[in-house]
Design a protein around this ligand. Structure first.
Ligand SMILES: [Fe+2]
Length: 263
């Protein structure tokens, strides 16, 4: 498995406070069966305590050296969770190596929790034409998308990808986020499921429990979420097809996913 979204970098955001915790998180992830972890600290947001991106860049180099000199087998890949701002394009252009995943085209884009900006579709179109592909992080936690998945449908049709937190499927972020996550999966609006790990207490780096929470989803599709699409993102290649985005499906509940296939 590949964890495309995790706060593993020490002392930069609301993730691990120091290197010891970071390494312990990677060890935990490795034990869970995660072979590659993309390191995605908050950037351009109030949660990013390091405002100086040069300092963040040096911190990544120190972290990479520490992981390489440890006995960990897990691979780490650079990235960030970039907070939405209408002025983002020049920042992305100047800091592609720091803000995109593995210095490629894809990057994790975080919207505010309560709403989606009205001009987000135009923004996505503009950055796509500049060679950047946004992956909307934990879309199921956004209140506007919870009320109307049509909002995400439009962004995916415009060319964005969507990542859902594994913990949302388990109910870690409440019933609305859980219901929304299942509804988005049903609508072919999800491309990646990741841990969004922050620590070893409430938000651990683990993904192995995900297939048991998706009993009605084709195992090959689950492999797309947990491995194949993240692998294509890291390799900066076109992602495998997850199916045509659907809308106007009968709204399904979390419990519908556990009904027998033939019922
Ligand atoms: Fe995150």
């Amino acid at each position: 498995m590949i964890d495309l979204h995790g706060h593993y970098l020490p002392a930069v955001d609301d993730g691990p406070a120091d290197l010891d915790v970071s390494l312990a998180m990677l060890r935990y992830a490795e034990g869970d069966g995660i072979e590659t972890a993309v390191v995605t600290p908050h950037a351009c947001s109030s949660l990013c305590r390091i405002k100086d991106l040069e300092l963040m860049r040096r911190n990544w180099q120190d972290f990479l050296a520490a992981v390489n000199s440890s006995d960990l087998q897990i691979h780490i890949v650079s990235g960030a969770e970039v907070y939405f701002t209408s002025e983002l394009l020049p920042i992305l252009k100047d800091n592609r190596d720091l803000l995109t995943i593995n210095n490629g085209s894809y990057f994790l884009l975080e919207f505010p929790g309560e709403y989606i900006y009205a001009h987000s579709k135009d923004f996505i179109f503009n950055i796509l034409t500049e060679g950047f592909i946004p992956i909307i992080s934990h879309a199921e936690r956004n209140a506007e998308i919870q009320r109307s998945p049509q909002v995400l449908f439009d962004l995916v049709k415009a060319g964005a990808l969507c990542q859902v937190n594994a913990g949302s499927l388990r109910g870690d972020f409440g019933n609305q986020a859980r219901s929304c996550a299942y509804e988005l999966i049903q609508g072919n609006l999800v491309h990646v499921i990741a841990s969004d790990a922050h620590d070893l207490e409430g938000r651990k780096p683990e993904l192995a429990y995900v297939p048991a929470l998706l009993p009605q989803v084709d195992p090959e599709k689950i492999a797309l979420y947990l491995h194949d699409i993240p692998a294509a993102v890291i390799a900066d290649q076109a992602v495998p097809d997850i199916g045509e985005p659907l809308l106007n499906q009968p709204r399904r509940t979390f419990f519908d996913f556990f009904k027998k296939r033939d019922s």
